[in-house]
Design a protein around this ligand. Structure first.
Ligand SMILES: [Zn+2]
Ligand SMILES: [Zn+2]
Length: 275
């Protein structure tokens, strides 16, 4: 069984009604996700190898070599498409087309997963055009379908990772960039992996994307009347990262939900020229 996000989604919507638009459609996927039971074989990496990897700054896996249960992910993707294509949505025609492709048996879901894992924007755009869907929607569905499998892998492999002193801007498990950050109650900063959800400590005054530490190039802004959220930005590489201060909350929701619930902060950051 996969982590059931539904209670957290319901709580977030209740506490912050503005998040409903983003979270409601995801709630339906979360119901299907909680039923997924991917099989991940125990990961065996020699300690010696792990030490070398850490020393050299290599993550445990590269994105395209993650040992995932892609069949389980393909099954879940089909379940998403069956569900969404019958819902009242503007893109239901495209979703039906995608479902047909996913059921055609020619490996379409596998190609989608590879495009996502390899971050092959071109392949992803072509696949989306082929079924008349927005590439962002298709990527989101593919990534969400992979999630239970990635979560199982993280549970299996996370113990193998020594995160102390990692202090890199990319994930020690899969090498991906962070999509969010948070301050622990002690004030220590952690980054959250956009793909596998692993969390690791990172310097407080440093850009995770270009690594600069020059304080005058780093800054943050807050949304009005919204305590506990900040957007940290870097004037060198123009990237930003949404950050939650856990001190401000009794219990913060899983960060993948907070990420969806704070899309207005992404818009704000983008309006200010950050990416
Ligand atoms: Zn990761
Ligand atoms: Zn930077």
């Amino acid at each position: 069984m996969t982590q059931d996000l539904v209670p957290d989604i319901d709580r977030l919507i209740l506490q912050r009604p503005a998040s409903k638009t983003a979270l409601s459609p995801f709630r339906e996927l979360a119901v299907l996700m909680a039923q997924a039971a991917p099989e991940i074989k125990p990961v065996q990496v020699e300690k010696e190898m792990r030490d070398i990897q850490k020393q050299e700054g290599f993550p445990l896996f590269s994105r395209e070599n993650l040992p995932l249960d892609l069949d389980a992910a393909a099954g879940l993707l089909k379940a998403f498409l069956v569900h969404l294509s019958t819902a009242d949505r503007d893109d239901s025609k495209g979703l039906k087309k995608a479902l047909k492709q996913a059921e055609s048996g020619d490996g379409w879901p596998g190609r989608l997963f590879m495009a996502i894992l390899k971050q092959d924007e071109k392949a992803l755009a072509e696949m989306a055009t082929g079924v008349n869907l927005d590439p962002n929607v298709l990527a989101f569905l593919g990534k969400t379908a992979l999630r239970p499998s990635i979560e199982r892998l993280r549970e299996t492999a996370s113990g193998d990772i020594d995160k102390t002193g990692w202090d890199k801007g990319y994930c020690p498990l899969c090498g991906s960039q962070p999509d969010m950050a948070f301050f622990e109650k002690t004030g220590k900063r952690y980054l959250h992996c956009e793909l596998c959800g692993e969390e690791w400590p990172y310097s407080r005054i440093q850009c995770p994307f270009c690594n600069i530490q020059e304080q005058e190039k780093l800054g943050y802004f807050e949304a009005e009347e919204e305590e506990g959220f900040r957007v940290y930005f870097c004037r060198e590489c123009l990237r930003y990262i949404k950050t939650i201060d856990k001190k401000a909350f009794e219990a913060a929701a899983p960060l993948e939900l907070e990420n969806l619930a704070t899309i207005h902060l992404d818009l704000l950051a983008q309006e200010n020229g950050f990416k």
